[in-house]
Design a protein around this ligand. Structure first.
Ligand code: FAD
Length: 416
């Protein structure tokens, strides 16, 4: 076996020249097989172009109205369903678009360039709700819910509670068996899209004596007696996306409404949120890109001291740094998504993508407002909205600290 040895200056020196020849041949074949991460397939490219067109023609004119009214416009919602964007990965036999995970990521990125609030809806539906039903549902559950989710029904993911956020599995909502039914009691907090949702995936503890191993996932329809929705939270950003408390007061569901296996809810929540985080990464990359696209145009038009403001060295260097960071974030997101599709381990990559993209997006929106000067601080431009919307990226689906915990856990494993 050819060996590498470390030389004193820290470089790596190859001892066995036969290995060079062997490796050389392999390199040649890899070079033809591998593609740049950002090179999209024909289907992915088509999806990107059509979503971008839809975002500009149908969503952009309604962004401010949706924010002011704190709700998603009905026409926008219908259009998302009609264009297959609420069921990107749902198989065609259930009325979905039958596309890839990467396509969902591209959809989220493109929509976020125009309105990040709309992507809270699209991202959670595709990366969490539909995914949980597709991968864990019984044939009957899939038959009942997937066609609706693809065509007209919004779903909400109910994990967080007032006393359990980062420490999600200390949740207090219970599900008590009563014959062939379970009775759910408790309150979920911060539930996105619950103002619109007709189906809720609820993490409740059905065996508290087993600790978090009692957590089980229940499907609960909106019209089930005892389920009620609280008022919308008044938020810093993402205002069109409804975030409410969801209350469960003796909500009776048949045991057939358990999704997946009894007591595996904590595993499902953790693993599906890992994929969800790549979606949040895409949301943050799209948001950063949308904000930047709007701003660069301005810096090329605005003149001070007789020249475009883009041309000042400190401006263009600052812009070059941000553009590079956005591209780095996009590569992390795409790499994590490609790993999911290849069936490779991706948890560390998903956390890195979510952590880095949300930090870069924050930095981008701050810089964009600086580059716009005074007008960037007004509501005449969308930069101030991007600046408010971006803040949630470091909080939901696992805070930045929690992502760093995950990344550090894998670093320790790698070096132990
Ligand atoms: C707009 C919005 C939408 C949301 N949508 C949903 C949804 O649809 N469904 C859902 O279930 N939840 C949802 N959430 C909840 C969201 O996932 C939680 O807010 C998030 O996980 C953080 O929990 P927390 O708010 O309780 O903060 P806490 O967990 O109390 O954290 C507060 C601070 O303490 C830090 N911290 C906590 N523990 C540690 C630790 N071990 N090490 C280092 N630092 C730590 C955190 O990083 C953070 O900085 C949403 C939240 C918001 C604001």
């Amino acid at each position: 076996m050819g060996s590498f040895s470390r030389v004193f200056n820290g470089l790596i020196k190859l001892k066995d020249s036969a290995l060079i020849l062997k490796t050389g041949k392999q390199c040649a074949s890899y070079a033809t097989a591998s593609k740049p991460l950002t090179q999209l397939s024909e289907d992915e490219l088509l999806m990107k172009e059509s979503v971008s067109k839809l975002a500009v023609t149908e969503i952009l004119p309604k962004v401010r109205k949706m924010e002011d009214e704190e709700k998603i416009d009905e026409g926008v919602l219908s259009s998302l369903f009609a264009n297959g964007l609420m069921g990107v990965e749902i198989e065609e036999e259930y009325g979905g678009s039958g596309c890839s995970f990467m396509s969902s990521i591209i959809v989220v990125e493109e929509l976020a360039k125009v309105d990040p609030a709309v992507t809270v809806l699209v991202d959670i539906q595709n990366t969490l709700i539909n995914s949980l039903f597709r991968k864990l549902g019984t044939p009957q559950q899939k038959q009942t819910y997937l066609p609706k989710l693809a065509q007209n029904t919004v779903g909400s993911f109910c994990l967080s509670e007032a006393s359990s956020g980062s420490d999600a599995f200390s949740l207090k909502t219970t599900a008590t068996q009563d014959g062939d039914d379970y009775i759910i009691n408790g309150a979920k907090m911060w539930i996105s899209n619950s103002d619109l949702a007709d189906v809720f995936l609820v993490m409740a503890n059905a065996n508290p004596s087993a600790g978090y191993r009692g957590i089980t996932t229940f499907i609960v329809d909106r019209n089930t007696p005892g389920l009620s929705i609280g008022k919308k939270e008044k938020k810093l950003g993402m205002s069109a996306s409804g975030t409410c408390m969801v209350y469960f007061d003796n909500v009776r569901v048949p045991k057939n409404n358990i999704l997946g296996e009894f007591g595996k809810g904590y595993i499902y929540a953790a693993s599906f949120l890992n994929e969800g985080r790549i979606g949040i990464g895409a949301q943050m990359v799209g948001l950063a890109q949308g904000c930047l696209d709007a701003t660069i145009k301005y810096t090329l038009e605005r003149k001070q001291f007789g020249q475009e403001i883009f041309a000042f060295q400190s401006m263009k260097h600052d812009i070059a740094k941000i553009v590079t960071e956005i591209e780095a974030a996009r590569l992390l997101v795409y790499n994590a998504a490609r790993k999911v599709e290849a069936g490779e381990p991706f948890i560390q990559e998903a956390s890195m993508a979510k952590y880095f993209s949300s930090e870069v997006a924050q930095k981008t929106t701050v810089k964009c407002i600086d580059w716009m000067g005074g007008v960037g601080f007004t509501r005449d431009y969308l930069q101030e909205k991007f600046y408010r919307d971006v803040k949630i990226g470091t909080i939901y689906e696992g805070t930045t600290n929690m992502q760093l915990e995950t990344i550090a856990k894998y670093i320790r494993k790698q070096y132990s």
